[in-house]
Design a protein around this ligand. Structure first.
Ligand SMILES: C=C(OP(=O)(O)O)C(=O)O
Length: 574
């Protein structure tokens, strides 16, 4: 058994078969077929191989006279590869023996061949690995065309009869995670990533165990390997013996029982032992998650990351489409407040087709900076949000504010959007509240004018830590330095909470710190009374709150906050 250690970023355990994917393979559907479908699936693959072969022949026959002669030679090599049994027969055997769908059989064979070619001594032969990959891609295109739909996971069906499937990837961009949402994988692992990378955040929102920062796991695993993902300990076990599988099945059952017990806290108000009332809010990425938030007892949405509506798709969503998405959340939350963050695009969250030239995108044209540089895009989103406020209480949250002039420009844009709606005869969002994310250290330090400028504040600890400690939150090489307990981080959080409380303005934490039960007592001790986190984490954190004594924690935290060293959490348990 191989045990690989990474960072557990989404709780729970999964036992299943690995689906090893590279970036391009993400677009390929993986599902198992029934015995009676085998011959039809083989015929489908054989037809695609013929189509690819015809296409190559056509290309070779109609080569313009001015193209280099090498191209003709390459096409010939590709035709030979295509005719070879390793491509024309082996994948059919995989369909018959493993009941994989055609695309999966082909990519599984491609992966095995890529590894064989990579190990060859002869450089010429090693390079042929690239040709094999190109030939396989040509057949995948032919399969997609024959299906009459673009390749993608959306249309895939995952094996319902056999073992659960577990994604093992080098890295998955947040936009690709969106494609995987519909595909019902039982767990995720990636070689890259950090605890607060957006990939980890999306995995948590999908409610499946996930381990990131595994280093080279993807290169060590093969499609179909039996694996266990331990999201608690951050471990990936490969080909475990039956004794270990049995132990993990027992852990899975215990975990399910623990969740069921927690569910009884759903409607219990979050009040500390000394009577401090705490608001339990949810973070969501897509409108469908609002129901999960309600099911977990959320008292509102503290952060709707609207950028996920814009990612992993062709073109931008228009005003009506956005309005429908926001309105559906507001309707689902039935009178509870919904905080919609305006487009926070940039760094690891990119729009399709938009390349960045920034050398350091985390410090570049992100979030409100991007929106102010694209006024029409911003205005469209603001109109959609204002319209959605007709269905219930909505708050607008502006990300990455660093300057007061950005606050002024945001208010001006909201006023202009309101005016445009007025002209249309739609008077919406007259008294809408506008807040700012506190995620740039400069704001948390010079906080007073921002408290004054905005109706409420939400501390984005993920970025606040990233920018305070100069740690890329998605980079596994520096994950060990990403530290929520650093005294500078805690003082910035305390400064923001205290300034809000002095001015009577509401302050929440919506970064991952809010959902970490190890930090609940610390945040209560810092005076926090509004927590916003993934629906999955709400009940765990509520349990901590119900057993805490807020005033005692405040005294303890105040006594150690100004120490130079990292916060010692054990002091809060004494
Ligand atoms: C909530 C936050 O924003 P995001 O994780 O979406 O960047 C944060 O930075 O803490």
């Amino acid at each position: 058994m191989l045990a690989l250690h990474g960072l557990g970023v989404s709780r729970g355990y999964a036992i299943g078969r690995a689906v090893v994917i590279g970036a391009a393979a993400l677009e390929v559907s993986h599902y198992r077929i029934d015995e009676e479908e085998v011959e039809a699936e083989c015929a489908r693959l054989a037809a695609a191989i013929r189509a690819a072969s015809d296409e190559l022949a056509q290309l070779a026959d109609h080569l313009p006279p001015d193209v280099p002669r090498e191209l003709g030679a390459i096409l010939q090599v590709h035709s030979m590869i295509l005719a070879d049994a390793m491509i024309s027969l082996e994948p059919l055997e995989i369909i018959r023996s493993r009941h994989y769908n055609a695309e999966w059989a082909l990519t599984a064979q491609g992966q095995a061949l890529a590894e064989q070619f990579a190990q060859m001594d002869d450089e010429y032969m090693r390079e042929r690995g690239g040709d094999v990959r190109q030939v396989i891609e040509r057949i995948l295109h032919a399969l997609a065309e024959a299906n009459g739909r673009p390749r993608g996971l959306k249309g895939s069906a995952i094996d319902d009869h056999g073992d659960p499937l577990i994604v093992v990837a080098h890295d998955i961009a947040p936009a690709d995670m969106l494609k995987l949402r519909g595909a019902r994988f039982a767990a995720f692992t990636t070689d890259l990533g950090g605890a607060t990378s957006h990939t980890a955040i999306v995995a948590r929102s999908m409610g499946v165990p996930a381990v990131v920062a595994l280093g080279v796991a993807r290169t060590l695993l093969r499609d179909g390997d039996m694996v266990i993902v331990d999201g608690e300990a951050g471990v990936l076990l490969v080909n475990p013996p039956p004794r270990v599988v049995a132990e993990y099945r027992a852990r899975q059952a215990d975990y399910a029982r623990e969740r069921a017990t927690l569910a009884t806290l759903r409607d219990v108000p979050a009040i500390t032992l000394d009577g401090v009332v705490v608001s339990m809010l949810a973070n969501i990425e897509l409108p469908e998650e609002a129901q999960a938030a309600l099911d977990a007892g959320a008292e509102g949405i503290g952060l709707f990351r609207s950028e996920f509506l814009f990612m992993g798709r062709d073109g931008l969503p228009g005003e009506d489409e956005q309005y429908e998405a926001y309105a559906s959340v507001v309707r689902t939350m039935a009178g509870r407040p919904v905080t919609i963050r305006t487009l926070d695009i940039g760094a690891d969250k990119t729009l399709d087709g938009e390349a960045t030239v920034a050398t350091n995108p985390a410090l570049g044209l992100r979030a409100i900076r991007y929106c102010l540089a694209h006024p029409e895009l911003f205005a469209t989103q603001l109109r959609a949000i204002l319209r959605a406020s007709a269905h219930g209480p909505v708050r607008i949250l502006i990300p990455m504010v660093a300057h007061l002039r950005e606050a002024r420009a945001s208010y001006a844009a909201i006023a202009a959007a309101r005016q445009e709606l007025d002209v249309r005869g739609q008077a919406y969002g007259q008294n809408i509240q506008v807040g700012a994310m506190v995620e740039i250290p400069a704001v948390a330090i010079a906080i007073e004018p921002f408290v004054e400028a905005f109706d409420f504040l939400s501390i984005g600890t993920n970025d606040l830590i990233q920018y305070t400690l100069a740690i890329d939150r998605a980079d596994p090489d520096v994950a060990g330095l990403y530290d929520s307990l650093h005294p500078a981080v805690l003082r910035l959080v305390a400064n923001t909470i205290n300034a809000g409380s002095r001015a009577g303005k509401s302050v929440s934490v919506c970064g991952e710190m809010a959902g970490d039960t190890e930090l609940t007592r610390l945040l209560l001790g810092l005076g926090l009374t509004q927590f916003s986190m993934h629906p999955q984490q709400l009940l765990d954190v509520k349990r901590e709150i119900l057993h805490a004594h807020s005033n005692a924690l405040r005294t303890k935290v105040a006594a150690v906050l100004n120490r130079a060293s990292e916060m010692d959490l054990s002091l809060l348990n004494q």
